[in-house]
Design a binder for this molecule. Structure first.
Ligand code: APR
Length: 278
């Protein structure tokens, strides 16, 4: 857990971020693994990151799946049977933290219009986020790689005698909804993320090293459109020099503080919404 972050040391940055959020009409967020760190899930890069320790995984993960999906499913079902004390267990046990809750509140008071999340942990949705694109998928869902039909993992009975599971609509092969290394991002996710970024008048990145594309492209596009950029991240990233304001603190502490101050600026604004275009 990051040591206590003293907001008082960052008054000016906080004030500027509050002003930008209060005046924005369509703020878009790119969220990353750092947002789930305070829920007990390791990040990938930077201090204590999974890839920092083990190295980045090979980019041919998806090719491996396509070459032998039956073998991939056999291995996955074996893994699910064996006790896991690592990353998988942390994901299973995690719950939304104060940062997730605050981001939902920023949406509710109309200060944030859409969240593009790189996290597969479902914590944004569990916190109540409504307008969201999970650009790397969601680990609690399965997906047909041909027609993109999705099923809640818990509701889909895997017949171990007929692997790989196939889609009852198009006979396509079914895999986890999470996007593997080397797997193309879903066109629907790219379209939505691009649409929201094009509508944006403010961009905010939270807990992401901003190194993985195409997700990292959206804050760059926002900067190219001349938009202000707020970065909330513990360690410097390629965006830090370009950002209008950077708050180098834990999102679970910074976001609740921002909510309180933004709410004072938007006393009567409550936006009830359901998710718009696809
Ligand atoms: N609050 C804010 N930022 C934090 C916190 C925290 N509590 N803890 C860590 N961070 C910062 C780290 O300093 C780091 O810069 O969050 C960032 C996390 O970066 P990554 O681990 O690279 O995560 P992310 O950017 O989401 O990775 C993108 O890479 O491995 C793939 O598919 C995976 O979706 C992931 C993608």
């Amino acid at each position: 857990m990051p040591e206590q972050f003293d907001l008082a040391d960052h008054d000016d940055a906080i004030d500027l971020a509050v002003d930008l959020l209060a005046r924005a009409t369509h703020a878009v967020v790119l969220a990353g693994a750092g947002m789930s760190k305070e829920s007990g899930i390791r990040t990938f890069r930077g201090e204590g990151g999974l890839w920092t320790e083990h190295g980045e995984p090979p980019l041919n993960q998806y090719d491996g799946f396509r070459d032998d999906p039956k073998r991939w499913w056999e291995r996955r079902l074996e893994q699910q049977r064996s006790p896991d004390s690592g990353f998988g267990a942390a994901l299973d046990e995690a719950a939304p933290n104060a940062g997730h809750v605050a981001l939902v509140e920023l949406e509710r008071i109309g200060a944030v219009a859409h969240v593009i999340s790189q996290n597969i942990d479902d914590l944004h949705r569990r916190a109540g986020q409504i307008s969201i694109t999970e650009i790397h998928g969601n680990r609690y869902w399965l997906r047909c790689i041909s027609c993109e039909r999705r099923w809640p993992r818990q509701e889909y009975l895997i017949d171990e005698a007929a692997l790989p599971p196939t889609c009852d609509h198009c006979s396509g092969i079914i895999k986890s909804d999470t996007v593997m290394f080397g797997e193309p991002i879903l066109p629907t996710s790219l379209r939505r993320s691009g649409y929201e970024t094009a509508q944006a008048d403010l961009f905010m990145t939270i807990g992401t090293s901003a190194l993985v594309y195409p997700a990292a492209q959206y804050p760059i596009e926002a900067l190219q459109h001349g938009l202000p950029l707020i970065e909330i991240n513990l360690e410097p990233t390629p965006l830090t020099e370009l950002a209008t304001v950077t708050i180098p603190g834990p999102s679970g502490q910074v976001l609740p503080a921002l909510v309180e101050l933004v709410r004072k600026r938007l006393p009567n604004r409550v936006i009830s919404k359901n998710d718009q275009p696809n």
